[in-house]
Structure formats: C-alpha cells, structure tokens
Design a protein around this ligand. Structure first.
Ligand SMILES: Cc1cc2nc3c(=O)[nH]c(=O)nc-3n(C[C@H](O)[C@H](O)[C@H](O)COP(=O)(O)O)c2cc1C
Length: 395
C-alpha cells in the first residue's frame, strides 16, 4: 500500500501504479490510438480555459453536492466505465464501486467487466450503479444484458457508440496485449519484474474474462475467448433507429457515450434518450478527434437544459472539472485516474483519489466566489482568443 500522505494528485497515483503494474499493462491504461494526438490534446485544452474569479464574496459555507441524472450526488463526478480492470488489481470493479458508494457518487460498470452484474449489485446493495453497454452483433446478447441490468436495479444505461471500429493502439500492438498478454520472452521478463502483481492478480485472483458477455455468448468464456469475441462481434450498424428501440426497452436513464457534435446530441434527444456522455474515449479510438471540452460550448448551446450532459476525457484535477461545469456539463466521469488509483491501492486508492478531487473542486469553487456548483456559469471562464466581454464558444 503506498503512503497516501505523499500522494497529492492523479500523476502521483500513476507513479504508484507504475511501481505495481507490469509495463504492458500500464501502457494499456496510458495509451491512445495511433500518434496519441487526441490523448495530448485532451489535456492541452484545459490550458486554453482560464478562470475569472470573484473574490469579494462570502464563501465561508460551501457545498459541492450535485444532481446527476436527476438524483443527488455528493459531488459532480462519477467513475467512467473501464474494461480490463481485472488486469489492474484483484476485484477492481468491486473496489471502485465500494469507494464510490462510500463517497456518495455513481459507479459505471463496463460490459467488459470481470464481475457479473448481479454479483456487483449484491456486494454493494446501497451503491448507485450505472451500466455501460457495448452493442454486439447478436441481439440475444444485447437484450439479455440489458434485461439483467434492469432487474438488478442499475439506474442508468450508457450505450457507447464510439468503439464500433477496432481501435489502432500501437503500444498494445507492440506489446502483444489484447486484454491478454502474449507470452514473449520480453513480456515474461516484464511481468516477473512485478512479483506483487503476479501474486495478487495472476495467482490469487486470476483473470476472470467477461462474465456478463459469457453468460449470453458461451463462446466468449475465459479471458482470451472473451477478447476474441469482443473484437469479432462489434456491431457497426447501431444507429438512431436502434437507439429508439433500446429506448423502448430500457426503463431507466438512457445515455449515449461518445457523442461530440451538437447535431448528433440533438438526434439523441429526439430519439428519446435522456442524455449524452461527451467523450473521445480518452483518445483511445479516433486519433485527432476533438477534445470533448472543445465541443462542450456548442453542444450545451444546442441541448443544454433539455438533456443530461456528462463529459470525460483528460480530466485530472478539480479545476478541470469546474471548467467543464462552467461550460455547461452536469458532471464529469473520471477514467484513467481511477485505473491508476485502483492499481496503486485498491479501494483505499480510489477513495483517496475521490477525496483529492472533491477537495480540489471545493477549493476552486471558493476561489471563484461560488458556494454551490449550480452557481457556476460561463461567466466564470475566459476562453482562449475571447476577450472578457465577448466570451464566445470555440476553444
Ligand atoms: C483502461 C481503460 C478501459 C476502458 N474501457 C472502456 C469500456 O469498457 N467502455 C467504455 O465505454 N469506455 C471505456 N474506456 C473509456 C473511459 O470510459 C473514458 O471515456 C476515458 O477513460 C476518459 O478519458 P481519461 O481516461 O483521459 O479520463 C476505457 C478507458 C480506459 C483507460
């Protein structure tokens, strides 16, 4: 367990994770598609938004509580769906969900999770759980998963639409990593260099594959088979009509993850969905995709107030989160920082990350002269190449 007193931010958590994880697994978390320009741009855009603080305000009493998808949350954040977590720490999904429950924020389980929908629900009966759906060719698989998430009381379904093409992540290709690691001499050496991980993850916990997928597609049983199924069976034909069909089946909140354009956000709204997660998948899929933060002002102008707008990709700090809220997002999902945190320290690591993030959000609010998150607005930020009186969208 790392010394949390010395871990002050997501980058510190990454360093702690790097000491625990074999290099190809760390590369899988860190990496993006092709030249990784999207990954870098996702971070760079935050520097093009500056705060316009207000100081003569009584901020003695503050609250960072928020409303996410119509329900109260202790902060305007949740944890993004991530597959492959079983490679990072034993029972990683459970650790994340427990930390989220204790912190009063939602946790989103991935289709590629290593724990079943029902087992997670039973383990954290009081947690606020969302489910992320990858749509496969076989409707029996999709329908079965959706029904089970509904029966288990997950209160939102987030259908990811930006992963229909197989991404070209060159670090993983070089490392021979596709959720399972090729047994090359180099990889064996790199795995053996992390004996604690070998003991915890490979020997004691084992790699569970994707049980939710395997329950409906028996040929996807086991880690390697699940990965192969995943790659071979993505649906590339998911469109607005199919979104409408899903809307008829799923009773809870329905969101589409991967939307970046205002016109597509409007289509999602018209299809009867409740919201979007603006995302470029953390730069892991389409290299060169705009950062969601860049697209947020125009999307918020088009649909703001009429649908829930969550956002992810590149968020590492409370200040990043507050910038997105000021530009019109309802909440932010944390991706890689939570992956580093769970590898660095399991549930305690994720709890530490959430605590740091909450503290930074609170401090930023106070500096801006706000006492609640719903006081944030575009007036609190200055966009690059906009002068204070003419704060137009377009970072
Ligand atoms: C290791 C890893 C696995 C991921 N798996 C999924 C997944 O199964 N489903 C999904 O919709 N997004 C997945 N994502 C994308 C995240 O949900 C989120 O969009 C992204 O991590 C946000 O960018 P950030 O990591 O820079 O914060 C994954 C991301 C990472 C880092």
């Amino acid at each position: 367990m790392p010394n949390f007193a010395k871990i002050h931010n997501a980058e510190d958590l990454r360093r702690a994770a790097a000491a625990y994880l074999p290099a190809p697994i760390l590369d899988f978390i860190d990496g993006g598609a092709e030249d990784e320009t999207s990954v870098r741009n996702n971070r760079a855009v935050f520097e093009r938004v500056r705060f316009r603080p207000r100081t003569l305000v009584d901020v003695e009493t503050r609250s960072i509580a928020a409303t996410l998808l119509g329900k109260p949350a202790a902060a305007p954040i949740g944890i993004a769906p991530m597959g492959g977590l079983s490679n990072f720490a034993p029972a990683a999904e459970l650790a994340m969900a427990r930390a989220c429950e204790a912190a009063g924020i939602p946790y989103c389980l991935s289709t590629a999770a290593g724990i079943s929908i029902e087992d997670l629900r039973r383990a954290v009966p009081g947690a606020r759980l969302w489910y992320q759906l990858y749509v496969f060719q076989d409707d029996a698989v999709n329908d079965g998963i959706v029904r089970r998430a509904q029966d288990a009381g997950y209160d939102a379904m987030i259908v990811t639409t930006d992963t229909h093409m197989g991404p070209k992540r060159e670090r993983d290709r070089r490392n021979g990593f596709a959720l399972t690691l090729e047994r090359s001499p180099r990889n064996v050496a790199r795995v053996l260099a992390r004996p604690r991980w070998v003991w915890d993850v490979l020997i004691r916990a084992g790699l569970p594959g994707m049980p939710n997928l395997a329950a409906h597609a028996p040929e996807a049983t086991g880690n390697l088979a699940a990965t192969k199924y995943f790659i071979a069976n993505r649906r590339r034909a998911f469109d607005v009509a199919q979104l409408r069909a899903l809307r008829r089946v799923w009773k809870g909140k329905l969101l589409v993850k991967g939307v970046l354009r205002a016109d597509e956000a409007v289509q999602v709204l018209e299809a009867g969905a409740d919201g979007i997660v603006m995302s470029n998948h953390g730069g892991r899929n389409l290299d060169g995709a705009a950062a969601p933060l860049q697209m947020l002002p125009e999307v918020a102008d088009a649909v703001g107030g009429r649908m829930h707008v969550l956002i992810d990709s590149g968020f590492r700090r409370g200040t990043d989160i507050v910038k997105a809220l000021a530009l019109g997002a309802e909440g932010v999902l944390l991706g890689r920082p939570a992956a580093y945190a769970v590898a660095a320290g399991g549930e305690a690591g994720v709890a530490h990350l959430i605590g740091l993030t909450k503290d930074e959000i609170d401090r930023t609010l106070g500096y801006l002269g706000c006492t609640t998150v719903d006081q944030l607005g575009r007036d609190h930020v200055l966009l690059d190449h906009a002068s204070p009186g003419r704060n137009e969208p377009g970072l």
